[in-house]
Every structure is written in structure tokens, then in C-alpha cells.
Design a protein around this ligand. Structure first.
Ligand code: HEM
Length: 352
């Protein structure tokens, strides 16, 4: 069952806590050489992985001074260990903001994937290029360096995992640990060099409305229903003036996966906030919650609103649809061998 948030209090500490902006440095160069033309090498590696059978390929990493495994031979158990390390770190490091880095990891995985363009068949999480400051410093990605730093310590522990796999597994893990739906995940992203970075401008602008939102998500191959399902993730986390310019949380329980985003959109009254910042909405009752103009388009647009009403009524249905849409999102542009299995990972914190 999905959780209701009535009993969760929000911990309103500093909105900029932990915002070590610009602290990340360019990370290690990716091991595989870059054949020209899109995501091609993924197929080779994935095929090798599929053909591999159950033994490990060991290689010495001089920089780590330790024996590491090649991602091509890693098993589900190896990825479960990575999952466990992320989940434990989420649990241990609860001083951040409202008590969890989870929302930021959900966003890091989404922004790593949201560069995909279906018609050009490029972009997406498979490139792993979010590991470079170049992409992470795009205006839409500000703040994600904090999430990257969080996951870098996991990469130090498991240096064989690609950054594309790590960032998406981080998102899947965070969804589950914040008590969201089970996310089925599979490995196979092969990090590409910095030249593969997609130019800035493919992610949505919170200040715009329905037609912009559709342009961006249709480009990735999503439907209206999937768009509405995905944006419900705004039940989590908050906006930061020093990142997007917007300010505040969407719900009273920003570290728990609930369908409150939809309920608040429908049942709360919203006014334009009077403040020295970009246009955003504020709830009449407490003046402490926010909606972006893009969020508000979910109820001003009739087609979108249909689904908002559906998910507000039926949290289990939203969990199901969100899980499927998020799985699709984090696989956009990644070429997996046919029939490569998706795995589910045992969560520390009770996934649905
Ligand atoms: C029209 C689509 C979307 C727009 C315009 C949008 C915009 C934004 C903005 C402006 C922020 C605040 C960033 C900051 O200041 O720190 C944000 C945060 C967030 N977004 Fe979205 N977003 C969209 C879709 C999504 C999707 C599809 C997901 C995930 C499935 C998502 C998950 C999140 C989460 C979890 C946060 C909170 C991050 C934190 O607490 O640091 N968003 N989004």
C-alpha cells in the first residue's frame, strides 16, 4: 500500500544545506575507447555480458590498489552490493536538508536520462556524461554535483561500475528507499567520453507550461499519461534559490513517496507568490508549499488533468505507472541485448 503523508512533518532546515556547488572535479576518463556514432559500444559490451556465464574477470586497478571486477562480468549479487551501499549511505547521512539525499538522487537519474531524443536516437543515461562538470554545470543541472559527490564515494568502493549504471541505480535505489514502487533495473551502460555530451537545452523549464512540457517529453517518446505519472515525483524534495531559482517543497513529506503532489494540486488553492524571484505558486493554507508553472499546467490542461485526478484517487495505480515510466526513462537510448533480464533489488526500507 502506498503511504499517506498526513503524519509526516517536514524538517525545515536550511534550504541550501550541503550545497557544495562546483566542488566536483572532472572524474576519471572512461575505460572503453569511443567508437564514433551514438551508443553503439553498449551493444558489444552488453552482448559480452550476456554471453559471459557466471565467472568473474579480474583486473588490477593501480589507482585503487585493489582487485576489481569488470562490469561485463558482474552479477546481480554484485549490483545488489552497490544498491546496499547506496541505501546504507542514504540512511546514515540523514543530516542533509529534509533528512535525505534520496530526492536529489531521483533527480540525478532523471536528468542523466532526460537528454534523450527519440528522432535522433541520441542522449540518455547510457552516455554517462553527467559525470563531467561540462554537463553537470548546465543551468538545469545545478545542484546535481551534490548528488554526484554522494555517489562518487560508492564508485570509489565499486570502481568497476559505469557512471551511467551508477547514476540510474542511484535513482532506482532512492525511489525504493523513499518507499516508492519497486524499480526493475538492468546494467549495461558504457561511459562515453566528454565529446559525446549532448549540448545544453534538452531538459524542461519549470517556468513554462503544457506545450513546452509536451515538446520535451514527446521528444523522449513519452505519452501524456506517462508525463503526468513522472512529474508526481515532485512529491519529493524541494526547489533551491541557488539552483533553479525557485524555492520550497511541493509537499509536507518531501522524503516519502506519496501521491500528495496530485492531491495538493487538485484540493489546495494556489496563488502566485509575491516575492523577488521567478513566477511560482504558493498554497493559500500555509504559504509554505510551492508549484512551478510547469506543475500547474498539469491541472490547467484538460488532458493532463484527467490523469492527475486518476492518480489523486488511486495511489496504487500511480505507483504502478510511475514505476513503469521511470524504468522507461532510465533506459532511454541504452541498447540492451534482446531479452536481457531486469532485476529487482531488495530494499532496506520496504519498497512496494
Ligand atoms: C516538466 C517537467 C519537470 C520540470 C519543469 C521540473 C523542474 C524541477 C525544478 C525547477 C526543480 C528544483 C531544482 C532545485 O532548485 O533544486 C526540480 C526538482 C526535482 N525534480 Fe523535477 N522537473 C520536472 C520533471 C521531473 C521528473 C520527470 C522527475 C522524476 C521522475 C523529477 C524529479 C524531481 C525531484 C525529486 C526534485 C527535487 C530535487 C531536490 O530535492 O533536490 N522532476 N524539478
Amino acid at each position: 500500500m502506498a503511504r499517506s503523508s498526513a503524519s509526516y512533518a517536514i524538517r525545515m532546515n536550511s534550504s541550501a544545506a550541503g550545497g557544495e556547488k562546483g566542488s566536483s572535479s572532472e572524474q576519471k576518463a572512461p575505460p572503453p575507447p569511443p567508437p564514433k556514432g551514438g551508443n553503439g559500444p553498449l551493444l558489444l559490451l552488453a552482448l559480452a555480458a550476456a554471453a559471459g556465464g557466471g565467472y568473474y574477470y579480474y583486473t588490477n586497478s593501480p589507482s585503487m590498489g585493489a582487485t576489481v571486477k569488470s562490469a561485463a562480468r558482474a552479477t546481480k549479487e554484485d549490483y545488489q552490493k552497490v544498491y546496499d551501499a547506496i541505501a546504507k549511505k542514504l540512511e546514515d547521512e540523514d543530516e542533509y536538508e529534509d533528512g535525505s539525499y534520496g530526492p536529489l538522487l531521483v533527480r540525478l537519474a532523471w536528468h542523466s536520462s532526460g537528454t534523450y531524443d527519440k528522432s535522433q536516437n541520441n542522449g540518455g543515461s547510457g552516455l554517462g556524461t553527467m559525470r563531467f562538470d561540462k554537463e553537470a554545470n548546465y543551468p538545469a543541472n545545478l545542484g546535481l554535483d551534490v548528488g554526484k559527490k554522494f555517489l562518487q564515494s560508492i564508485h570509489d568502493q565499486f570502481p568497476w561500475i559505469s557512471y551511467g549504471d551508477l547514476y540510474t541505480l542511484g535513482g532506482a535505489c532512492a525511489v525504493q528507499e523513499l518507499q516508492g514502487p519497486t524499480i526493475h533495473w538492468r546494467p549495461g551502460r558504457v561511459d562515453q567520453p566528454i565529446e559525446a555530451t549532448i549540448p545544453d537545452g534538452r531538459l524542461p523549464d519549470g517556468g513554462q507550461g503544457a506545450s513546452h512540457v509536451r515538446d520535451v517529453f514527446y521528444r523522449m517518446g513519452f505519452t501524456d499519461r506517462e508525463i503526468v505519472a513522472l512529474i508526481g515525483a515532485h512529491a519529493l524534495g524541494r526547489c533551491h534559490t541557488d539552483r533553479s531559482g525557485f524555492d520550497g517543497p511541493w509537499t509536507f513529506s518531501p522524503t516519502v513517496f506519496t501521491n500528495d503532489f496530485y492531491n495538493l494540486l487538485l484540493n489546495e488553492k494556489w496563488h502566485v507568490r509575491k516575492w523577488n524571484g521567478p513566477k511560482q505558486y504558493q498554497d493559500d493554507t500555509t504559504n509554505s508549499l510551492m508549484m512551478l508553472p510547469a506543475d500547474m499546467s498539469m491541472v490547467t490542461d484538460k488532458e493532463f488533468k484527467k490523469y492527475v485526478e486518476m492518480y489523486a484517487k488511486d495511489s496504487d495505480l500511480w505507483f504502478k505507472d510511475f514505476g513503469a515510466a521511470y524504468e522507461k526513462l532510465i533506459e532511454l537510448g541504452v541498447k540492451f541485448p534482446e531479452n536481457q533480464e531486469r532485476w529487482t533489488f531488495k530494499s532496506r526500507n520496504g519498497a512496494q
